[in-house]
Design a protein around this ligand. Structure first.
Ligand SMILES: C[S@@+](CC[C@H](N)C(=O)[O-])C[C@H]1O[C@@H](n2cnc3c(N)ncnc32)[C@H](O)[C@@H]1O
Length: 281
């Protein structure tokens, strides 16, 4: 629904509509303060006095070409963490990995394909990678490949770099931290650690907008993590995104959403097997 523009904030209203159409993110009027806060540095960078005049220039095309990209990066909420909603990773190793392993043949292990569809800076994808590698060490014979995608180019760059501050790693169990992260002697990387090359090799990130009508991704994915992203979308977008993603799952594959999002999944191709886990028919 397009709301009538407020006479006081016509540019903000057009901006909200633009962001919704480009990213699916709905910015209700209650988020005006958030928009102001996140754009403040851009307003200052262009020597302007307030958000309205900045948005007037942005929408009028008077700012540099890549400014809209920068703004989209600022508007997205990228909060994430390692081992967030850990029961999903338990399900991955206890239910999904053994099923995939059973698909393999002697000398030809099956490959588990996982897609983290709003991967932010990669914590979700690398948590999955650590857990899957642990399952392999525990004797399950399978291979795995992880794709992480995100709208934010800044997040994709960070995820591919795979460097995290020790403050971000507090939720990683110490044993896994020792096994899967390396700290550097480089003073520029003090207080940081990088995912080991063996794990990085299996996890790739790229830019993808879930608003696109087609996704250049395999259609036999075993599990898609779509967590903490649907909450930002309006109802029609939520439904379209879930439908499109379901088309990329192999029959029997799983879609996993965040705990606040289970109610919004309505897709005839999927049946709910746990409160936040859906399986393709
Ligand atoms: C809150 S984070 C969730 C990260 C991770 N899935 C988790 O649960 O920890 C949401 C991510 O969705 C991304 N995002 C927002 N709109 C998107 C879109 N239209 N297409 C792809 N990613 C989008 C944001 O850039 C952000 O990194």
């Amino acid at each position: 629904m397009i709301e009538a523009a407020s006479p006081k904030t016509p540019h903000r209203d057009r901006f909200r509509e633009l962001i919704r159409s480009l990213t699916g993110i709905s910015l209700p009027p209650s988020k005006v303060q958030m928009i102001d806060q996140r754009l403040r540095r851009r307003v200052v960078a262009f020597g302007l006095t307030d958000t309205e005049s900045y948005l007037e220039q942005l929408l009028g095309g008077s700012l540099p070409d890549n400014e809209l990209r920068t703004v989209i990066d600022l508007i997205t909420t990228n909060t994430t963490s390692f081992f967030r909603e850990p029961n999903h990773f338990d399900f991955l190793v206890e239910t999904i990995a053994p099923k995939v392993a059973a698909r393999g043949r002697p000398g030809r292990p099956a490959r588990l394909k996982l897609w983290s569809a709003a991967s932010s800076e990669g914590a979700e994808a690398y948590t999955a990678a650590m857990m899957l590698e642990e399952a392999r060490r525990g004797g399950h014979d399978f291979d795995f490949a992880i794709l992480g995608t995100d709208l934010s180019e800044r997040m994709v760059e960070r995820a591919n770099a795979a460097v995290y501050g020790t403050d971000q790693l507090t939720t990683v169990p110490p044993e896994l931290l020792r096994r899967y992260f390396l700290s550097s002697r480089d003073p520029g990387l003090a207080g940081k650690a990088r995912v080991v090359p063996d794990l990085r090799r299996r996890v790739k990130f790229r830019n993808l907008n879930l608003m696109d009508t087609r996704y250049p991704v395999d259609r036999d994915v075993d599990v898609i993590f779509l967590r903490n992203i649907l909450i930002y979308f309006d109802p029609a977008t939520k439904e379209q995104v879930v439908d499109r993603l379901a088309g990329h799952l192999r029959p029997g594959g799983y879609l996993i959403v965040g705990h606040a999002e289970s109610m919004v999944v309505r897709c005839s191709a999927l049946r709910q097997v746990k409160p936040t886990i859906f399986q393709k028919n």
